[in-house]
Design a protein around this ligand. Structure first.
Ligand code: PGA
Length: 251
C-alpha cells in the first residue's frame, strides 16, 4: 500500500520564531494521527527552528528547493548535503512558482530531483498545467511530459524517494480548487505514465499528491479519491487548525 503524505508548503511565510510556536501548537493536535506522513516544508532560515521543535514528534521537516550541484560558486543556492545535515527529510522540487518566477525548467527540475534523491532526501516533484493549457485540452500531454522529464535517469529503486504533486497552476493560491474528479483524473494519468516508464507495481507504490487551494473544507473529498494520496498545501498550512483538519481528513 502506498503512503498518504500531507505536506505543508509555507512558501515565503513565517519567521524562525513563529515556526517554533507553530510546531509546538501543531504537534499535540496531530500526535495520534498515524495514517499519513506529516511534513512541513519551511523557508531555509526556519529549518533549524523547525527541526528542533519537531524533534520527537511525527512531523517531518522539508525544504522548498535544492540546488543540483554538490557545492561551488552558486551564490544564493543551497545544496542537498546542507539540507540533509540540517535535518531535512523532504524537498519540494519544481513548484510552479519556481517555474513561473525563477526560470525553473523541466530539465533543472530533473537535475534538482536527482541531487535530492542522491543525497537521501525525498523529492516532492510538482507538475501541473496552466488554465490556458487546460482550456486548450493539453493537460494530459503537459503533465505527462513534465513527469517524464522530471524522472529521467531516476531508477525504480530511487523512485521510492519520489512523491509527485499534481498542482494545477490555476488552482494555486486562487481559492479555485480542482474538483475531486479532475484531481483524480490527472493523478491517474500521472500514475499511468509512471507505469509505462517503470512498472505497474512501481506506479502503484508511488505517492501522488494533489495541491491547489486544498483546505479544511475540501480535503476529505479530494483525499477520498483512489489516485490522490495526499496533499501539498499552501495557504491552509499556515494555520494550525486548518492544517490539523486536513491531516484528520486523511485518516
Ligand atoms: P495553495 O498552494 O494551497 O495556497 O493553493 C499550494 C501550493 O502551491 O503548493
Amino acid at each position: 500500500m502506498r503512503k498518504t503524505v500531507i505536506a505543508g508548503n509555507w512558501k515565503m511565510n513565517m519567521t524562525a520564531a513563529k515556526t517554533g510556536e507553530f510546531i509546538k501548537a501543531l504537534a499535540p493536535e496531530v500526535a495520534s494521527m498515524n495514517n499519513a506522513d506529516i511534513v512541513l516544508c519551511v523557508p531555509f532560515t526556519d529549518i533549524a527552528a523547525a527541526v528542533e521543535a519537531a524533534n520527537g514528534t511525527n512531523i517531518a521537516i522539508g525544504a522548498q528547493n535544492v540546488h543540483f550541484k554538490e557545492n561551488g560558486a552558486y551564490t544564493g543556492e543551497i545544496s542537498a548535503e546542507m539540507l540533509v545535515e540540517s535535518g531535512v527529510k523532504y524537498v519540494i522540487v519544481g513548484h510552479s512558482e519556481r517555474r513561473q518566477y525563477f526560470g525553473e525548467t523541466d530539465i533543472t527540475v530533473n537535475l534538482r530531483a536527482k541531487a535530492a534523491i542522491n543525497a537521501g532526501l525525498t523529492a516532492i516533484i510538482c507538475v501541473g498545467e496552466t488554465l490556458e493549457m487546460r482550456e486548450q485540452g493539453i493537460t494530459a500531454e503537459i503533465v505527462a511530459m513534465q513527469t517524464k522529464v522530471a524522472l529521467m535517469g531516476i531508477s525504480a529503486e530511487q523512485l521510492k524517494k519520489v512523491i509527485i504533486a499534481y498542482e494545477p497552476v490555476w488552482a494555486i493560491g486562487t481559492g479555485k480548487v480542482a474538483t475531486a474528479e479532475q484531481a483524480n483524473e490527472v493523478c491517474a494519468i500521472i500514475r499511468n505514465v509512471v507505469a509505462e516508464l517503470y512498472s505497474k507495481a512501481d506506479a502503484d507504490e508511488l505517492t501522488i499528491q494533489y495541491g491547489g487551494s486544498m483546505n479544511a473544507g475540501n480535503a476529505e473529498a479530494l483525499l477520498a479519491m483512489s489516485d490522490v494520496d495526499g496533499g501539498l498545501i499552501g495557504g491552509a498550512s499556515l494555520k494550525v487548525t486548518d492544517f490539523t483538519a486536513i491531516v484528520k481528513a486523511a485518516q
